[in-house]
Design a protein around this ligand. Structure first.
Ligand code: CO
Length: 157
Protein backbone atom coordinates (compact mmCIF):
# COMPACT_ATOMS: atom_id res chain seq x y z
CA UNK A 1 0.00 0.00 0.00
CA UNK A 2 1.06 3.56 -0.53
CA UNK A 3 0.04 7.05 0.41
CA UNK A 4 -1.15 9.07 -2.57
CA UNK A 5 -0.77 12.79 -3.11
CA UNK A 6 -4.00 14.68 -2.45
CA UNK A 7 -4.83 17.23 -5.16
CA UNK A 8 -5.95 20.60 -3.90
CA UNK A 9 -8.70 22.94 -5.16
CA UNK A 10 -7.45 24.65 -8.31
CA UNK A 11 -6.05 21.43 -9.78
CA UNK A 12 -7.89 20.79 -13.08
CA UNK A 13 -8.38 17.07 -12.31
CA UNK A 14 -10.90 18.09 -9.63
CA UNK A 15 -13.08 19.74 -12.29
CA UNK A 16 -13.31 16.73 -14.60
CA UNK A 17 -16.32 14.55 -15.22
CA UNK A 18 -14.86 11.17 -14.28
CA UNK A 19 -15.06 8.16 -16.57
CA UNK A 20 -16.88 4.95 -15.59
CA UNK A 21 -14.71 2.03 -14.50
CA UNK A 22 -14.85 -0.83 -16.98
CA UNK A 23 -12.48 -3.36 -15.50
CA UNK A 24 -12.43 -4.41 -11.86
CA UNK A 25 -9.14 -6.16 -11.23
CA UNK A 26 -6.29 -6.45 -8.76
CA UNK A 27 -4.86 -3.16 -9.95
CA UNK A 28 -8.11 -1.33 -9.16
CA UNK A 29 -8.31 -3.06 -5.75
CA UNK A 30 -4.75 -1.93 -4.98
CA UNK A 31 -5.73 1.61 -5.97
CA UNK A 32 -8.79 1.46 -3.68
CA UNK A 33 -6.56 0.29 -0.81
CA UNK A 34 -4.16 3.16 -1.45
CA UNK A 35 -7.07 5.61 -1.52
CA UNK A 36 -8.32 4.21 1.80
CA UNK A 37 -4.87 4.41 3.38
CA UNK A 38 -4.54 8.02 2.19
CA UNK A 39 -7.99 8.86 3.57
CA UNK A 40 -7.30 7.32 7.00
CA UNK A 41 -3.87 8.99 7.21
CA UNK A 42 -5.54 12.37 6.62
CA UNK A 43 -8.39 11.63 9.05
CA UNK A 44 -10.96 11.93 6.29
CA UNK A 45 -14.26 10.07 6.14
CA UNK A 46 -14.34 9.87 2.36
CA UNK A 47 -12.12 10.23 -0.68
CA UNK A 48 -12.81 10.22 -4.40
CA UNK A 49 -10.41 9.12 -7.16
CA UNK A 50 -9.97 12.58 -8.73
CA UNK A 51 -8.67 13.80 -5.36
CA UNK A 52 -5.63 11.60 -5.94
CA UNK A 53 -5.35 12.52 -9.60
CA UNK A 54 -7.36 9.79 -11.31
CA UNK A 55 -10.54 10.82 -13.11
CA UNK A 56 -12.46 7.56 -12.69
CA UNK A 57 -15.76 6.89 -10.94
CA UNK A 58 -14.65 5.37 -7.65
CA UNK A 59 -14.69 6.58 -4.08
CA UNK A 60 -14.06 5.16 -0.62
CA UNK A 61 -16.07 6.14 2.44
CA UNK A 62 -15.85 5.16 6.09
CA UNK A 63 -17.65 7.41 8.54
CA UNK A 64 -17.33 5.24 11.68
CA UNK A 65 -13.84 3.76 11.21
CA UNK A 66 -15.49 0.35 11.12
CA UNK A 67 -17.39 0.06 7.88
CA UNK A 68 -15.52 0.89 4.71
CA UNK A 69 -17.39 1.11 1.44
CA UNK A 70 -15.54 0.97 -1.87
CA UNK A 71 -18.01 2.44 -4.35
CA UNK A 72 -17.36 1.76 -8.02
CA UNK A 73 -19.58 3.53 -10.60
CA UNK A 74 -21.99 4.68 -7.85
CA UNK A 75 -25.35 6.19 -8.77
CA UNK A 76 -27.88 7.72 -6.38
CA UNK A 77 -31.27 6.28 -7.31
CA UNK A 78 -33.42 7.74 -4.52
CA UNK A 79 -33.32 10.85 -2.36
CA UNK A 80 -35.56 11.86 0.51
CA UNK A 81 -35.70 14.89 2.78
CA UNK A 82 -33.27 17.73 3.24
CA UNK A 83 -30.47 18.18 5.75
CA UNK A 84 -27.97 21.02 6.19
CA UNK A 85 -24.68 20.44 7.98
CA UNK A 86 -21.09 21.57 7.95
CA UNK A 87 -18.65 19.87 5.56
CA UNK A 88 -14.96 19.96 4.86
CA UNK A 89 -12.82 18.30 2.19
CA UNK A 90 -9.28 16.91 2.00
CA UNK A 91 -8.83 18.95 -1.19
CA UNK A 92 -9.82 22.21 0.54
CA UNK A 93 -7.69 22.22 3.69
CA UNK A 94 -9.11 24.18 6.62
CA UNK A 95 -12.26 25.30 4.79
CA UNK A 96 -15.67 24.43 6.18
CA UNK A 97 -19.15 25.37 5.03
CA UNK A 98 -22.81 24.44 5.30
CA UNK A 99 -24.15 22.21 2.54
CA UNK A 100 -27.73 21.21 1.85
CA UNK A 101 -28.04 17.51 1.00
CA UNK A 102 -30.72 14.86 0.81
CA UNK A 103 -31.29 13.41 4.29
CA UNK A 104 -31.69 9.84 3.03
CA UNK A 105 -30.41 8.23 -0.12
CA UNK A 106 -30.22 4.94 -1.92
CA UNK A 107 -27.07 4.32 -3.94
CA UNK A 108 -26.38 1.57 -6.45
CA UNK A 109 -22.75 0.65 -7.04
CA UNK A 110 -20.39 -2.17 -7.88
CA UNK A 111 -18.16 -3.45 -5.10
CA UNK A 112 -14.44 -4.29 -5.33
CA UNK A 113 -15.24 -7.84 -6.42
CA UNK A 114 -17.53 -6.78 -9.26
CA UNK A 115 -20.78 -7.44 -7.44
CA UNK A 116 -23.75 -5.05 -7.85
CA UNK A 117 -24.84 -3.62 -4.51
CA UNK A 118 -27.54 -1.40 -3.10
CA UNK A 119 -26.94 0.76 -0.05
CA UNK A 120 -29.45 2.83 1.90
CA UNK A 121 -27.90 5.61 3.92
CA UNK A 122 -28.84 8.51 6.15
CA UNK A 123 -27.02 10.92 8.45
CA UNK A 124 -23.29 11.38 7.99
CA UNK A 125 -22.96 8.38 5.66
CA UNK A 126 -25.57 9.82 3.27
CA UNK A 127 -23.87 13.23 3.40
CA UNK A 128 -20.44 11.77 2.77
CA UNK A 129 -21.59 9.67 -0.20
CA UNK A 130 -23.27 12.70 -1.79
CA UNK A 131 -20.10 14.76 -1.25
CA UNK A 132 -17.89 12.08 -2.83
CA UNK A 133 -20.23 11.55 -5.78
CA UNK A 134 -20.11 15.29 -6.47
CA UNK A 135 -16.32 14.91 -6.85
CA UNK A 136 -16.94 12.39 -9.66
CA UNK A 137 -18.78 15.12 -11.55
CA UNK A 138 -16.16 17.77 -10.94
CA UNK A 139 -17.97 19.55 -8.15
CA UNK A 140 -16.36 20.64 -4.88
CA UNK A 141 -18.36 21.38 -1.74
CA UNK A 142 -17.03 24.96 -1.78
CA UNK A 143 -18.91 25.44 -5.10
CA UNK A 144 -22.24 24.89 -3.32
CA UNK A 145 -21.59 25.63 0.38
CA UNK A 146 -22.88 28.59 2.35
CA UNK A 147 -21.15 30.35 5.25
CA UNK A 148 -17.67 29.14 4.29
CA UNK A 149 -15.19 29.70 7.11
CA UNK A 150 -11.51 29.07 7.76
CA UNK A 151 -11.47 26.45 10.46
CA UNK A 152 -14.38 24.49 11.82
CA UNK A 153 -17.25 26.59 13.11
CA UNK A 154 -18.08 26.28 16.79
CA UNK A 155 -21.30 24.41 17.53
CA UNK A 156 -22.92 27.36 19.27
CA UNK A 157 -22.67 29.52 16.10
CO1 CO B 1 -14.15 16.22 -0.81
Amino acid sequence: MALLEIKKAGDPVLKQICAPVEKIDKRLRNFLDDMAETMYASEGVGIAAPQVGKAIRVCVVDVDKKTRYDLINPVITYREGVAVDQEGCLSCPDLFGDVERAAKIRVEYTNRFGKKKLLEAEGLLARCIQHELDHLDGQLFIDIAKNITQGRKKTED
